[in-house]
Design a protein around this ligand. Structure first.
Ligand code: ADP
Ligand code: MG
Length: 336
């Protein structure tokens, strides 16, 4: 055994070295990690094959740039300029507004990016939380609605007093732009942009991405873990990350455009899995507003996404197309 030990050690070393090298041997495939604060959240980036750190530097610069452009709270963002002047020729804002219009269209208006005056009234964009009375909310109704925005050839224009908030889809869009850059550069990895997960490519050892879906009751636990391969977006919207409590009631940051009040139902969280980060993010917010039953109907109708619903009673529902990807966790299957 004593003689075997050095041989075994050498084998282990060769094996780990193989893990670090790609087929071509051109670039080491070691993992590199970065954690930044952008778009009002923590973003964790893990890349494989970014030998000189240049792709990581590009991605963090891109995320900071998107933050400066798309923030509804920053005074000098392009979005704030639109909200003040009523028009913009910013191509990214136009693209996000077009996707919001599309998703709003087939979710019965559940996604509504004009709710900013209302979320301000609730204190969500300022952090001074309060419960506005019905009269105050009704007075804002005239400013709100997807019909208040018009897509022009070059950009977006808003009717008087209307304001856009792209918080429901900006992080998913950011994840998608990062994915495109990583694919061009031949870099694999896994991004977590505050609850928005994006996987890109294949890990150097060829194994699947193992992704946990957070338990709304306990941030240190997972409801489920999923095995995913290739590029996938997994986006969660829920009532447990941004909310305030008053008189024993929970007020979460996702608003129901019909009531102009925080969504309140039996759903704690919904996760969308699909190929596009932008679509997944827009849809997860809309599905949270709609609730599980209407969401299931939409899943059957559209066939272009998979979803997981976490109900307040602890039940987890997984659409049939995702059920075989669950590595761990208990759930009910939503069938066709
Ligand atoms: P998060 O940004 O926490 O990941 P979401 O993607 O679900 O969660 O987006 C929620 C954000 O979208 C809110 O903070 C608010 O800015 C905005 N918002 C709230 N309700 C709606 C809605 N019904 N439609 C579109 N945007 C909304
Ligand atoms: Mg969203």
């Amino acid at each position: 055994m004593k003689k075997l030990l050095p041989v075994l050690l050498a084998l282990v070393l060769i094996f780990s070295a193989c893990e670090l090298l790609p087929d071509s041997g051109a670039k080491p495939q070691a993992a590199s990690d970065a954690s930044i604060w952008a778009m009002d959240t923590v973003m964790d980036l893990r890349l494989y094959g970014d030998a000189d750190g240049s792709v990581m530097a590009e991605l963090t610069a891109l995320l900071n740039e998107l933050d400066r452009e798309l923030s509804a709270v920053s005074e000098d963002s392009a979005l704030t300029a639109l909200n003040e002047s009523g028009r913009t020729d910013n191509a990214r804002i136009r693209l996000l507004a077009a996707e919001a219009q599309r998703v709003s269209g087939f979710t019965g208006g559940a996604l509504d990016i004009t709710l900013l005056p209302v979320s301000r009234a609730w204190g969500f964009s300022t952090g001074s939380y309060r419960v506005p009375d019905t009269a105050e909310l009704e007075a804002l109704r005239g400013l709100v609605g997807m019909d208040k925005l018009t897509l022009t050839d070059e950009g977006v224009s808003l009717s008087d007093g209307a304001m856009l908030d792209l918080g429901a889809l900006a992080k998913g869009y950011a994840a998608e732009l990062c994915r495109e850059r990583m694919e061009q550069a031949g870099v694999a990895g896994r991004l977590s942009l505050g609850g928005n997960i994006q996987t890109v490519g294949t890990k150097p050892d060829g194994s699947d991405w193992l992704i946990g879906v957070q338990d709304p009751e306990d941030e240190n636990r997972y409801l489920l873990t999923l095995r995913l391969s290739g590029a996938k977006a997994l986006v969660t919207s829920g009532d447990y990350q941004r909310y305030f409590m008053q008189d024993g009631l929970r007020y979460c940051h996702i608003l129901d455009p019909e009531t102009l009040a925080p969504v309140r139902g039996t759903l704690r969280a919904v996760t969308v899995v699909t190929d596009s980060g932008l679509y997944a993010d827009a849809l997860s917010t809309a599905l949270f507003v709609l609730g599980r039953e209407a969401g299931e109907v939409l899943w059957r109708e559209r066939g272009d996404f998979e979803a997981i619903w976490a109900e307040a009673d602890g039940t987890v529902w997984v659409t049939a197309g995702l059920a075989d990807k669950v590595a761990e966790g208990e759930f009910e299957v939503v069938g066709p």
